[in-house]
Ligand binder design. Sequence first.
Ligand code: ZN
Length: 177
Amino acid sequence: MAILPILSAPHPVLENCTRRVRVIDATIEKLISDMTETMYAANGVGLAANQVGIPLQVCVIRIPEEDHVRVLINPSIIVRKGERELEEACLSIPGYRGLVKRSNEIRVRAKDQNGKQLRIKATNNLLAQALEHEIDHLNGVLYVNHLVDRDSIWKLNEVPEENAEIATEEILNSGNS
Ligand code: ZN
């Protein structure tokens, strides 16, 4: 296994749709194990393949209370219900947090690392938020596209105000909105 470098926004591979995986071969298996190790090393809840520069529909999610990693291949959201406001961060937007709109309920169809068909339903929990966040990544969408309003993003550590605004603008302008 290897820890892979995580790309930061703005970057073209983060802003484009990824391709479907056709065969789960040794290359995909290695990608999954490297992404899992990278996610743990970065202390993240999830990681999408394009965040490590691979434009394929693969993501991993680890909910802290669960003892396993969820691997999703070619995932798609088949149902979204309701709306809620949540704080969110992203390994590709280091040092920032934002307030975003997410769904209450999410239903997802995907394959696992063995090619087995999965259906996942998540309601009002971190898993629902992580599923939306990671599947967004695979569609070239970042959480900054879902901000409650344009100002609802902030830097975690204090920096000179001028620099903070420039950096925020750069991230917002990289979005698809
Ligand atoms: Zn992210």
